[in-house]
Design a protein around this ligand. Structure first.
Ligand SMILES: Cc1ncc(COP(=O)(O)O)c(C=O)c1O
Length: 276
């Protein structure tokens, strides 16, 4: 009998934990993924995850998988669990050696359920550092949650201190983009500011929820270029991800941020009311 903590994985609709070695997701990183929080027995913000996946497939000319089929497979791997983490990976599928995409790709879909949850504790506050590794500017891939994550792997290798929760990443031209595994928001003069992601970065599902929630709450919002000094003079900073929601930042290096900001608290409260 398998352990209740073991991941459950379906590949192309079949219970199986392996993928063909000629799969372009494995050999070239030619694919996309979604990491989804399972909460109260349902994938949280499913619609937004599905939309980002479909948009990514269209932009990369990967045949779009059936969202109904993926939802069904997610239900199978979840197998009644109330909480946990799901990951959907869609690659262009197997192909001969070389970069040229096969003329008629047969995409591979992997749907996994991981019973362990990522703690999402509204009281938790993160300590951040500035990363040395920079993100390359590439508008053709900007916003996508694609399988090429070597920049994040290098950035995450920069620290092993368990007191550091996240690292801020700049682009090669010095602008602030996001964190290693989350998006970044600032409160500057009562305005919610987040870096534009039209040249690099992952357009997070939770980032989208926060921007929508801010509009509903009448919070003035700016999505634009951000330089490092602005982060340092912000009155509050927080990070977002689908798994953790909003996490307020306590410090970046030696710089401390206030423990309570009304804009951040209103957004946290608002998101808690959304079922997703
Ligand atoms: C590089 C990067 N940016 C942003 C995010 C946040 O995206 P989401 O809100 O969809 O989890 C993630 C999440 O894994 C990420 O890896």
């Amino acid at each position: 009998m398998s352990s209740p903590d073991a991941p459950r994985i379906i590949v192309n609709g079949r219970e199986c934990a392996s993928v063909d070695v000629t799969d372009r997701g494995f050999s070239l990183g030619d694919g996309l993924f979604e990491t989804i929080a399972i909460r109260n027995g349902a994938p949280r913000f499913w619609q937004a995850h599905a939309e980002r996946l479909v948009d990514g497939c269209r932009r990369l000319a990967i045949p779009v998988p059936s969202i109904d089929e993926l939802a069904h497979e997610l239900e199978c791997v979840r197998d009644g669990s109330e909480s946990g983490t799901a990951r959907i990976t869609v690659s262009r599928g197997p192909g001969p050696r070389g970069y040229a995409p096969p003329p008629e790709p047969l995409p591979t879909r992997v749907v996994g359920f991981y019973p362990a949850t990522t703690p999402s504790n509204p009281a938790q506050r993160f300590s951040l550092r500035w990363c040395e590794t920079r993100l390359a500017l590439q508008p053709a891939l900007a916003g996508l949650k694609h399988l090429n994550r070597l920049e994040q792997v290098l950035a995450r290798s920069e620290w092993s201190d368990p007191a550091i929760d996240e690292g801020i990443m700049l682009a090669t031209d010095g602008r602030v983009v996001e964190c290693v595994m989350s998006n970044l928001f600032l409160v500057v003069d009562h305005t919610l500011v987040t870096p534009a992601l039209d040249e690099c970065g992952v357009s997070g599902v939770m980032r989208r929820q926060v921007l929508e929630a801010a509009t509903c709450l009448g919070i003035h919002t700016e999505v634009r270029r951000v330089e490092p000094p602005e982060v340092e003079r912000a009155s509050a900073v927080f990070v977002t991800s689908a798994l953790r929601g909003i996490v307020a930042v306590e410090r970046i290096g030696d710089l401390q941020y206030s423990s309570h900001d009304p804009v951040v608290q209103d957004l946290i409260d608002r998101l808690e009311t959304l079922d997703g």
